[in-house]
Design a protein around this ligand. Structure first.
Ligand code: PR8
Length: 467
């Protein structure tokens, strides 16, 4: 799987009913029922986190060209990626309309109407929408799509720069909680100047390491400073009576979260889903013989009911096929716990539980403690997926003392840390010489020499092969 990760990933999406890429537009796919459930459960986690202190809103999908074009740097960053609507029926539109590649230029003209005084601040809103980007790099399902189907974008405005910097920290904490819930390990870094969001002061990014060692940017948080406020005239009357521009931030995660979930936890047998997002947390597999069939099925239904009453998502696979095939199917689909129940188990009043994250079979008595026992297994299974994934990440971050060491480390599946003086030209030189991307700055340091310029290092930075 590690060697052929891209192929594995492509196949599993089809085999496990996640998405179907045969839709006749490049870069756009259909969410199939099983994938849709995973998408829904993960979306609910981030939604609950955002709902704590953000208001959910919904803006139109079309943005007038005049608004999109207002912020020069921003539009330049997206100009090659915008889909345009130019006609309504047979008529040419007076002004062409962009399918939002992201929603700054849709939302901020409205912020300028809504924000009047300091009492209106901070404003924190989010929406979960689809956005469109005519990506020219190789498209891949969930990873680089032309229609992002679950763009969770948050947009805030504040009275002071300090508050906007605090908001960046709040977003970092929120995304940590989100990715921790999914057991997805991450590296956090400050993107270099040449890779920050178009129009932002600075960008903080979450990167996951996929099994082949390539990193995937799974979330970004941008401090927009006052750039958009000046472009869209977003001002407020402060306590001192002065009119000032707001400070803004935005943050977003996309379908890539599902890609990392699938890629990072999966194995040769298929998906391994964390219980929090698995469509079924428990799959009951009855072992049926002619004799005692009704009793076994009745008991399975009773177990399902008991577990559901305790808030679990449970299904019974009563298809008329060999149990072995059922086991394989649910292994492929990554259900966290399979419960096997046959006539002999019924006699002994037990069921056999199997966790997807390990091979062991566990006997569980069918008594009043059943739900607690299953919930305990689910918790352990989620924790172990997360622990395995974090171990993988930690084993795949290496430190290089020289530029020459980098290629070998990266080609053997690692992300590499190095000392950097922070000069932009030196950063470009490092990228050119190695052929990889500088992800960003992980921490500031007051020791060490830059790997390329030999000057005093200012930072520990990360470099990797990226998606
Ligand atoms: C913003 N504005 O837009 P960002 N396919 C899948 N995922 C993608 C793709 C793609 N083609 N492009 C980006 N992403 C800001 C913040 C509102 C919200 C994912 O930021 O352009 C990446 O994980 O950095 C990226 O981190 C995230 O969307 C946000 O996109």
């Amino acid at each position: 799987m590690v060697e052929n990760f891209d192929e594995w990933f492509h196949d599993i999406l089809e085999q496990a009913d996640i998405t179907d890429s045969r839709y006749p537009i490049k870069g756009m796919a259909v969410w199939r029922p099983y994938g849709f459930q995973i998408r829904k459960h993960s979306m609910n986690i981030i939604k609950n986190l955002l709902d704590k202190d953000h208001d959910e809103v919904l803006f139109p999908m079309l943005v007038p060209e005049s608004e999109l074009a207002k912020e020069g740097i921003h539009v330049k960053g997206f100009e090659d990626e915008v889909y345009w609507v130019t006609r309504g029926g047979q008529r040419e539109l007076n002004e062409q309309l962009a399918l939002r590649p992201t929603s700054e230029t849709a939302i901020y003209p409205m912020y300028s109407l809504w924000i009047r005084t300091h009492i209106d601040l901070p404003i924190k809103m989010y929406q979960i929408v689809n956005t469109f980007r005519y990506e020219t790099k190789h498209t891949r399902p969930l990873i680089r799509v032309r229609e992002i189907t679950t763009f969770k974008e948050a947009h805030t405005a504040h009275a002071t720069k300090e508050e906007s910097d605090e908001q960046i920290q709040d977003f970092i904490e929120m995304y940590k909680e989100f990715f921790d819930d999914l057991g997805i390990p991450y590296l956090i870094s400050k993107r270099p100047e040449w890779d920050k969001f178009p129009g932002s002061d600075y960008t903080m990014a979450f990167d996951a390491i996929m099994p082949n060692g390539k990193t995937l940017q799974i979330g970004t948080i941008h401090n927009l400073g006052q750039t958009f406020a000046k472009t869209f005239e977003i001002t407020f009357e402060d306590k001192d009576g002065e009119h000032k521009y707001v400070y803004q931030t935005c943050a977003g995660v996309s379908d890539r979260v599902i890609a990392s979930l699938i890629g990072i936890h999966g194995d040769d047998k298929g998906l391994r889903l964390p219980p929090k997002v698995s469509p079924n947390q428990v799959t009951i597999i009855p072992i049926l013989f002619k004799k005692g069939k009704e009793e076994v099925l009745a008991k399975c239904a009773e177990i399902k009911e008991t577990l559901e009453a305790n808030g679990l998502r449970v299904n019974i696979d009563d298809r008329d096929i060999r149990p072995g095939k059922k086991f394989n199917d649910w292994e492929l689909k990554g259900t966290p716990i399979k419960l096997e129940l046959g006539p002999r188990d019924l006699e002994n009043n037990i069921t056999i539980a199997m966790r997807r994250d390990e091979e062991e079979k566990i006997e569980i008595p069918l008594d009043d403690n059943l739900s607690d026992a299953i919930i305990d297994l689910l918790d352990k299974s989620g924790e172990s997926l997360s622990a395995q994934a974090w171990d993988f990440l930690e084993e795949h971050v290496k430190f290089a003392d020289t530029l020459e060491e980098i290629p070998e480390l990266v080609e053997s599946g690692n992300v590499v840390k190095f000392y950097w003086c922070g000069d932009e030209e030196v950063g470009h030189e490092i990228e050119e010489k190695t052929g990889y991307d500088v992800l960003g700055i992980q921490e500031e340091v007051s020791e060490g020499k830059c790997i390329a310029s030999g000057k005093d290092a200012k930072y520990v930075a990360l470099i990797a092969k990226t998606y």
